[in-house]
Every structure is written in C-alpha cells, then in structure tokens.
Design a protein around this ligand. Structure first.
Ligand code: P1T
Length: 386
C-alpha cells in the first residue's frame, strides 16, 4: 500500500499501517533488521538509527501499526507484557499512590506488591467494576489508575470512560490492560484512557510463538517518556519477535471473529452442563458486566472461566483433555486451558484468591481456532469423568 492509512478500516490498517513496501527492494513484508548498531554517514550524522536499543526498523513498524490500531500517537514495544507494565509504572515515583483492579493477572499483582512496594509506592486494590470504589480510594497522592478489563481470570468488567473521567479529575492517569480484548474489540484511548497496554504474547501475536509487550499513548508527553524509558531501561522487543507479532496482527480481525464465535458456543455449552457450578463470560445473559461490555466494546472475547467445585474435579477434568492444551497463556490459535490458582495466579496469596473467587476448582479457557465441535466433544468427554 502507498501513502497514509489513517482513514482506512481496521483490517486494512492491521495489514498495512506502519509497513509501506521496503524503499530499496520493494519487499512487501517488513524485513527483520537483525542488527545491533548502524553505521554513521559521518560524525554527528546518521540515518535516524543509532543503536538497536533506541531504534530498530522492524520494531518501529510494529509500534506504528499498533498505534494506528489503538488510535494513539505512538506505540512502544517491550520484551514482554510485564516489561510494558514496568514502563507504565515509571510514570509514578516514591510517595505516589496507585489504584489497581483487585483482580489482575497474577504477575501484575506480584510485581506491584513484591517489587514496587519496596520503592515506597502504595497500592489500593479495589473492585473497579464499581466506579464508586475507585472514587472512594482516591487520595491526594493518587497519580495512576490501572485497570484490567475484563479481568484475568474472573472476567470483571470496569467502566473505562467513567474511570478516565475520575482519574483526570484527580490529576491522575488511566492505564488499561487491553490484553483480553485486543484493539479489535476494545479501544480504551477512544474512551478517555491515557495509556493502553498489551501482553502482545496473546491475541496480537496469536500463535503462541513470541513474548512481547506493547504500550500506546494518547499524548506526546507519555510517548516521549516511554521512548526515553525504552532507551534508558532497555527492555525492548527484539527484531525477530517484532516481525512475528507484526505478522500475527495481519490476521487479528479474522482471528478475533472466529475466537469469539467459538467462545460464545463454548460458554453456552459450559453454562448448560450440570457438572459446571458457575461460568464467567461477559457474553452470558446473567453476567453483571454484560451491558457495560456491550457499550464499551464490540465483542465479548474468547476467555471463559468456570468452576468445577473442587481441586479434584478440576484435576480429573484437565488431565483427561486431549484437544485442549493444558498450559499458561491465552490468545493463541490453539485452545489453552489452565487452573489459575496453581498457575497464572499462584503468586496471589490463598486468602486473597478466596476473596476474589479464584477457587481451586476454577478453570480458565482461551478458546482457539480449532473446529468448535472438536472442542466441545473434548470438553464433554473430560466433564463426563468429573
Ligand atoms: O506474559 P507477559 O507477556 O509478560 O504478559 C503479562 C500479562 C499482562 N496482562 C495480562 C492481562 C496477562 O494475561 C498477562 C500474561 N498472562 C498469562 C501468561 C496468563 O496465562 O494469564
């Protein structure tokens, strides 16, 4: 594609934004610039690339692409989702207060409580599905609100626009972890968020073959800061992983449609099954966040959590599965299934897990792109054993 992609549709931008054909060869896919440094033309003069921690053309293409999809001013690619979250937290300093969703990915909770609290940052963990709880937790020192929506793994839905308004009224920024939705279904910057974050390891890459993190900012101020953090702290995404994620994003729209169509079917199947105690999926009619999800996103996604009542039940079920893969992570072409209590959320203390409803019987599934009938048949035979 030649020229600017700004006014084009989502799928067109997913394929083309940030990646015009290579000017020297016409290469249609962005080359993997596997280099650590760039020769200068003469002292004091370079071609815009100095050193790979600061700039890399493959990484820049991915960053421009995701900035376009999220509707922000600039993208920043990091070596993992956690590295991207670390970069967000460099916006606050000792003495500042952060409000976070009480249910977040276990690694996010571990990072905030076991590392950042040592630096005199304080955190309030609130049920952000009720915006009144965010308001009640605000202090004079609150500088950041960190939302995950829907949450991992309890599928709580928080009102992004209301949280943005509140944060801004208190001179704080709003960052949203958009990993579960991807920009295909939800665009937090358009709802007023200042920063949107992704574990690009998940739906953006989509093929379970790369680790990465992305930030997109609404304003130049944070964009400049994150470029400075990339250069100074250095947890940047390498060229090969940038290439893989850029390649994955080209099919994001079609993948998300299929993920969700199958996700709905699996959720309905589980909801009707008598061995399943409880199903958490924002697309089900009894989910408390359903109406809000419909208002602020264009889909419900492919993550479903459900309770089998006990650890023994979950173990019997998980050990029996043949098509579904028992593994951490989500958002890949293959259906991945896990027990949050012992896997993704093992670093959350047991009493906190109990408060959140992350029981030992809870199972989380990320519905992939296999034939949904095969998935349901596999779930059926494994549930029969419970
Ligand atoms: O794994 P990494 O790319 O560093 O991303 C961390 C992360 C951040 N935010 C959310 C919502 C996440 O789900 C994750 C990673 N989650 C898993 C590995 C998982 O299985 O839930």
């Amino acid at each position: 594609m030649k020229g600017d992609s700004k006014n084009l549709g989502f799928s067109t931008r997913a394929v083309h934004a940030g990646q015009p054909p290579d000017p020297t060869t016409g290469s249609v896919s962005v080359p993997i610039y596997q280099t650590s440094t760039y020769a200068m033309d003469e002292l004091g003069k370079h071609k815009g690339f100095e050193y790979a921690r600061v700039q890399n053309p493959t990484r820049s293409a991915l960053e421009a692409n995701v900035a376009s999809l999220e509707g922000g001013v600039s993208g920043h690619a990091f070596s993992s989702g956690m590295a991207a979250i670390s970069a967000i937290l460099t916006l606050v300093k000792a003495g500042d207060h952060v409000i976070a969703s009480h249910n977040v990915y276990g690694g996010t909770y571990r990072f905030f409580t076991q590392i950042l609290e040592r630096y005199n940052l304080s955190f309030s963990w609130v049920d952000t599905t009720d915006v009144a709880n965010i308001e009640a937790a605000m202090t004079d020192s609150t500088r950041l609100v960190f939302l995950e929506t829907p949450t991992n793994p309890m599928m709580g839905v928080s009102d992004i626009a209301a949280a943005a308004e509140l944060a801004h009224a208190h001179d704080a920024l709003l960052a949203v972890d958009n990993t579960f939705m991807s920009p295909y279904f939800q665009r937090p910057l358009a709802l007023g968020a200042d920063i949107v974050m992704h574990s690009a390891t998940k739906f953006l890459n989509g093929h379970s073959d790369a680790l990465g993190g992305l930030l997109v900012t609404a304003r130049e101020k944070e964009a400049e800061w994150f470029a400075f953090v990339q250069k100074s702290a250095g947890a940047v995404l390498g060229p090969f992983d940038s290439f893989l994620i850029l390649r994955g994003i080209k099919t994001l729209a079609v993948r998300m449609e299929r993920h969700e169509a199958s996700g709905r079917k699996v959720a309905e199947f589980l909801n009707a099954h008598d061995k399943v105690v409880r199903v958490l999926y924002p697309g089900l009619p009894d989910h408390p966040g359903r109406e809000l999800q419909q208002r602020q996103a264009t889909g419900f996604g492919a993550l479903i959590s459900f309770d089998l009542g006990s650890h023994a039940g979950a173990k019997t079920f998980l050990d029996r599965l043949r098509v579904l893969t028992l593994a951490e992570s989500l958002g890949g072409v293959e259906t991945l299934i896990s027990q949050p209590a012992t896997m993704t959320h093992a670093s959350v203390p047991a009493d906190r897990r109990a408060e959140l409803g992350i029981t030992d019987g809870l199972v989380r599934v990320s519905v992939g792109l296999e034939d949904v009938d095969d998935l349901i048949a596999d779930l059926t035979q494994a549930l029969d054993a419970v």
